[in-house]
Design a protein around this ligand. Structure first.
Ligand code: FES
Ligand code: FES
Length: 154
C-alpha cells in the first residue's frame, strides 16, 4: 500500500520499499540533494530534516514511518524566501565547506521553535557535527536569529 505524506508542502505517495531510509528517498527519488549523507548511522546530523517540525536524522528513518506526516528539507525551508535562520547564517558567514550546513540550519530551526531565547547549553545540545569546526559561527548565527525572531524583525 502506498505511503502518503507531505514533502515541502506538497502531497507525495511512495509505493516502494517501506524500509528504505528517508535520506535515500529524498536524494534518489525526490531529487532533493540538499540533504546530505554523512555517516549513515544517525550520528553526524548531516541528513537532518524536519518531520512534523522536529529535527530528525533521515538516514535512520524508514520511509514507511512517514505515513500522514510532514517532512521539510532545506529546499522547502527557503522556498518562500529565506528563513530568519538562513538569513542569520549568511550574516554570520557560517559555512566553510557547507556539507553539514543544511542539517545545522534545520536543527537550529527546530531549537528556536522550542526555545526562543536559547542559552549556550541549549545551543550546545545540538549534536550535529561539523568537520570544518564552524561551531562558534553556528552559535552566533543561532543567537542572532533568536534575537531577530524575538524582536519580530525577521
Ligand atoms: S548521515 Fe544521518 S546522521 Fe549522519
Ligand atoms: S562546514 Fe564543512 S562540515 Fe561543516
Amino acid at each position: 500500500m502506498a505511503i502518503r505524506f507531505t514533502l515541502n508542502g506538497a502531497a507525495r505517495s511512495f509505493d516502494g520499499d517501506a524500509t528504505m531510509p528517508v535520506l535515500w528517498y529524498l536524494r534518489d527519488h525526490a531529487q532533493l540533494t540538499g540533504t546530505k549523507y554523512g555517516c549513515g548511522a544517525g550520528l553526524c546530523g548531516a541528513c537532518t530534516v524536519l518531520v512534523d517540525g522536529q529535527a530528525t536524522r533521515a538516514c535512520v528513518l524508514p520511509v514507511g514511518s512517514l505515513e500522514g506526516r510532514s517532512v521539510m528539507t532545506i529546499e522547502g525551508l527557503g522556498s518562500q524566501g529565506l528563513h530568519p535562520v538562513q538569513k542569520a547564517w549568511i550574516e554570520e558567514d557560517v559555512a566553510q565547506c557547507g556539507y553539514c550546513q543544511a542539517g545545522q540550519i534545520l536543527a537550529a530551526v527546530d531549537l528556536l521553535a522550542r526555545v526562543p531565547d536559547p542559552k549556550r547549553e541549549d545551543i550546545e545540545s545540538i549534536t550535529n557535527l561539523c568537520r570544518c569546526g564552524t561551531y562558534v559561527r553556528v552559535r552566533r548565527a543561532i543567537e542572532r536569529a533568536a534575537r531577530e525572531l524575538r524582536a519580530g524583525k525577521a
